[in-house]
Ligand binder design. Structure first.
Ligand code: C2E
Ligand code: MG
Ligand code: MG
Ligand code: MG
Length: 277
């Protein structure tokens, strides 16, 4: 099309597209500075069992840019993934989460808690990913069986032999795996059986819609019974109301995460959550 209108190919970009390109370039430059100065923070969201007892946390990155202002990870993680900046960012997240897990493991009251860490596709597929996880684990001196890596379906697309091999190397250390945002991607049942996941996380969109949308409810029920059949643990994401929790509990859901139990918080604000142990 650009050729047809007889000018150069740049014509393909209209002003709106150019604005997006410029905004991304600016954000990339700011991300670079944030990496250099470790301007990120790690928040932790509680995960609970059927009785509402604390079982652990998911670590979620935050990027404070100005007084009381944060850039959402939903905005900068995909960009960091494109630019490769996710690799140093992901390493910082893993190191910081392992350091927190070490603190928990040093105290009787919190020794059993698990730490879930999100791993992006680009990070997982780095040739030295397994080595860098091992390094984090030994540097922090943690029992790795309480560390859980969350992968999305995007991570496991592609060469599944390579993915299985990599997961198994980490499992040998005792590390666990959760499949994040389950139901939103394209995982087949056979792929679920082939890959050594310990837990499925039902995507929050299904939890949000299940009361108003019959197919969301059907998907939630299917995931719950499938995970029982495949002997996988199951966690519901985005649980916000007691009605949602009751429905999930009635149908055998084991673990829960969502605003009903607590929003992601810096560790200094975790006193109330620790009281749920
Ligand atoms: P995710 O891994 O699926 O994380 C769950 C997201 O749901 C978090 O958003 C969390 O704050 C939000 N959430 C939890 N409970 C509720 C609820 O009851 N209601 C609603 N409306 N939302 C809830 P957040 O922190 O904005 O993160 C968004 C996504 O960014 C994450 O989705 C994950 O894909 C990515 N992300 C966050 N931190 C990291 C990280 O350290 N590394 C990587 N690779 N990705 C990250
Ligand atoms: Mg996650
Ligand atoms: Mg999720
Ligand atoms: Mg998500």
């Amino acid at each position: 099309r650009a050729k047809e209108d007889g000018r150069n190919n740049i014509r393909f970009f209209n002003p709106a597209m150019q604005a997006v390109v410029d905004a991304n370039a600016r954000m990339e430059a700011r991300l670079h500075e944030a990496i250099e100065s470790t301007a990120f923070r790690l928040f932790f969201q509680p995960q609970v069992d059927r009785q509402g007892k604390l079982t652990g946390a998911e670590a979620l990155i935050r990027w404070p840019v100005a007084e009381g202002q944060m850039v959402s990870p939903a905005e900068f993680i995909p960009l960091a993934e494109d630019t490769g900046q996710i690799v140093p960012i992901g390493l910082w997240v893993l190191r910081t989460a392992c350091a927190q897990l070490a603190l928990w493991q040093s105290q009787a009251q919190t020794r059993h808690l698990t730490m879930a860490v999100n791993v992006s596709a680009r990070q997982f597929h780095q040739p030295d990913f397994v080595a860098s996880v091992k390094k984090c684990v030994s540097a922090a001196g943690i029992d790795p069986s309480r560390l859980k890596l969350e992968l999305t379906e995007g991570v496991i697309l592609g060469d599944s032999n390579e993915v299985v091999a990599r997961m198994n190397q980490l499992r040998e250390l005792g590390i666990h795996f959760a499949l994040d945002d389950f139901g939103t991607g394209y995982s087949s049942l056979s792929c679920l059986k082939r890959l050594p996941f310990d837990e499925l996380k039902i995507d929050q969109s299904f939890i949000r819609d299940m009361a108003s949308n019959e197919s969301s409810e059907a998907i939630v029920l299917a995931i719950l019974s499938m995970s029982q059949a495949l002997d996988l643990e199951v966690l519901a994401e985005g649980v916000e109301t007691p009605i949602q929790r009751e429905f999930l509990r009635l149908h055998g859901c084991e673990r829960y995460q969502g605003y009903l139990f607590g929003k992601p918080q810096p560790i200094e604000n975790w006193a109330d959550f620790l009281a749920m142990t």
